[in-house]
Write a protein that binds this ligand. Sequence first.
Ligand SMILES: Nc1ncnc2c1ncn2[C@@H]1O[C@H](COP(=O)(O)OP(=O)(O)O)[C@@H](O)[C@H]1O
Ligand SMILES: [Mg+2]
Length: 219
Amino acid sequence: MGELLRIDHVSYNYHSLEGETPALSDISLYVNDGEFLAIVGPSGCGKSTLLSLIAGLLRPDTGDIYINNKDIKSSGKNIGYMLQKDHLLEWRSTLRNLTLGLEIQHKLTESSYVVINDMLATYGLITFKNARPSELSGGMRQRAALIRTLLLEPDILLLDEPFSALDYQTRIEVSDDIWGIIRKEKKTAILITHDISEAIPTKMFLSYRNTSSSLPIST
Ligand SMILES: Nc1ncnc2c1ncn2[C@@H]1O[C@H](COP(=O)(O)OP(=O)(O)O)[C@@H](O)[C@H]1O
Ligand SMILES: [Mg+2]
């Protein structure tokens, strides 16, 4: 399992007419291929800024970000970014929401539909294929948003508080589903959250509560 992502002494400040807002100061970390990293911190501590830097939407003021030892700009790696809101389009069916990213990248082919149908079946959405997003439960919407991101075959998956819009009961069910999907698809992922219980895969959390054995820290 080699190193996939390295963040090396990165700092970032937002600039506006009112002045400068420091968002990140001298952050360093690395993520190995196939690893699942959770970053927990209170609101405003710079979590979303960090993901935007990894996604290449912002450039660090100082420091460097490498993917496979190459600068992110030249790495040619695909980064999937799943935001807090699912951003499903109400005027498109579930199926057409899933194809959207591929359509934009001109990558939608006949064989994409085989993969999409397979994923819809595996993740319990096949009977909702032609339904509108408003007909789906909160958990189904999150699964659909994750599948849409996965279809673009990201090398790294970034998840920005993906469960925070869900109620507690749904969050427990969905976080369990989402871990299952990420593990099954063997993705390297970074999850950020302000809620420590989201950072611990539900099954592990339960097994920790049910046993007196050592803490299940690794994923
Ligand atoms: N577009 C922006 N312009 C100015 N300041 C911003 C902007 N986005 C975030 N910030 C500030 O940067 C800091 C970090 O924000 P953010 O990365 O969104 O934190 P988190 O995701 O942990 O809540 C906060 O102080 C926030 O107010
Ligand atoms: Mg945020």
